[in-house]
Design a binder for this molecule. Sequence first.
Ligand code: SF4
Length: 727
Amino acid sequence: MLFGRNKKNPIKIADKGIVEWKYTTCGYCSTGCSIEVGINDKGEAVSSRGVGGADVNRGKLCIKGIFEHELFKTEGRGDKPLVRNSIIDEYKPTGWDSALDTMAEKIKGIQEKYGRDAFAVVSTGQLLTEEFYTLGKLTRGAIGTNNYDGNTTLCMASAVSGYKRSFGSDGPPGCYEDFEHTDCLIAFGSNLPEQHPIIYWRLKEAMEKRKFPLIVVDPRVTMLAQFADMHLAITPGTDVVLLNSLAHVILNEGLEDRSYIEANTNGFEEFEALVSEYDPISASKICGIDEDTIRTVARLYAKSGQAMSIWTMGINQSTHGSDGVVGINNLNLITGNIGKAGGTSLSITGQSNAMGTREWSSCSGLPGYRALENADHRKEVADFWGIDAEFLPKQRGMFQTDIFPAIETGQIKGMWLVATNPMTSMPNTARIRKTLEKLDFLVVQDAYSDVETTQYAHMYLPAAIWAEKEGCFTNTERRVNRVTNVSLPFGESKSDLWIFNQLSKRFENGLKMNFPDTAEGAFEEMKALSKGQGRNLDISGMSYEKIEKNHGLQWPCREGDEKGQQRLYTDGKFPYADGKAKIIPLPFVDNNEKPSSDYPFWLNSGRVVEHFHTRTRTGKIGNQNKFSPTPYMEMNPDAAAELGIEHQTYVRAVSKRGDAVVMVQLTQRIPRDMVFIPFHFHDCVNRLTLGLLDPHSRQPAFKQNAVRIEKVDQKEAAQRNVEAREY
Ligand code: SF4
């Protein structure tokens, strides 16, 4: 009986006239959900659904995936290439040949006048892996600039750096199935329900089947913290202190795995000496977690049969991001929790193909995790591409976060931005605006012509989006999955692969090299480059057909392998020359911007479930945008009462860099001395951020800044809010 009715009304699902479901992989976050897009008899994408047989999402999608088919018809898509001489002129449409001729001429002109490295290329984590590989080939092998990086420096660079320092190579060693085997899980700065909802669902399901403790380390009472057994509300930027102190307790109480340490690691003695200084009483005064909690967590973790750690931007986006990752790896190495089912260090990656760019884009080196610093690697790749090895630089160039300051100092004169939007995503956007205005030539290549950075460009190239293209993504757990062209490219937009291939023909080396016309052709080159020599990143056993049939395959998947390997380092052998992992001592240096009497609040930033990155896509999808349409700021009610600020009124947040007007959301989720603003909105939180850089990864500290909060005229703020909300 349903509230007095004895007959249920049948559920009716609107018939959208779907005649075919096409397989692809979600193009937002790195979870890597398999998705089918429903096509009607006019060839239009009208629905999306999760793929039941796919191991990652088992039929489920989050709100972004559910509405993803609407992307094909969103506002603001670029139709034709646009050019102008100066950024104060109006853009004029042009043809592809003319645009690419001009682009090649401008690049060569800058390089002839100022040197090859004076032209920079900054890409993304959103392209298909075959496109990353091709962009790397074009940039390293034909254009020949060394100042080439991705916006993944804002996101996963600390994880990459930390994995390399600890294990000798990048590559997350674990997988989602580890949730089903672990006895204890610590989530550091990772709010899965909002950032990676389907990974959260996998975790939740595993916890319901086999109860194990979930410990969340985060300054805010995030959604994940609300579901946790223990919440450690850490002082921002002090994760290394907590990690050293956990290790202190483990070693002090003899809970470490001595046999694993002796057989598989180096550096333990130096580490032991360093962590002896981080007793829980002293550590608690810095990291804000009481001494008993530190001891309890250390014992719980070390005494579990298998324990795992996950993390996201709470660790990575810090001046200690790389050290934080190494600290997590240290914890797992001393407890023997690497390469075990349920015992691992698993970075939860950001963008849909942040892994693909790490593996194949050549941003930080050469394809397939090869290093520019290694002469054998340079020769191997140059021979494969058919160019002189001397053409390749002998060490990596600038990171993205160093490229922008180099524009200020005149080292960089031209830039090509591919699917990235620094005018919203970089810290201190006022400074970014001034640097972009200094460029002699800026090209923005993006699916959307209204992306904010086009205001500062001389050329705009319209790219096809996600499933208007063909290729692969790699997800958080090293699973390569297929993206298929569900729909034709919008207007005269072209796939990024086509754009890279056409540009290559306009460079001397490009004419010597083979640039396959199809994504599958590029994939076959990548397979050949990945094969053999005990390489973990081996995809030679994969094919497009096999990937799609299995709904994704994890690497390594060697020639002849039926399936890929779920975990790395199961044999305790690491990619360092001696086969051992490094346990690295991490002295803590307190170097963040911190609250003061003038700026009394910590400013924290992060993601909300409805939006992705700079809202270029999600801001245009009505069913998503309506849940989170306006920039807001979480504030503690007690702190607000002291300042006379009320719920849902506008305020101005002010830092030493600038200000942003936001609507206040009062909530006990946030501590009294902190405010939180989502990072998705243009001219908002990144007007305030400082973004000091991690010394190893060059990733900015987006989450450790100081602000004050001021009252504003409500009518004026409301008017500005309406004007700012064009989408
Ligand atoms: S969890 Fe990530 S990959 Fe899965 S549907 Fe949502 S946005 Fe897409």
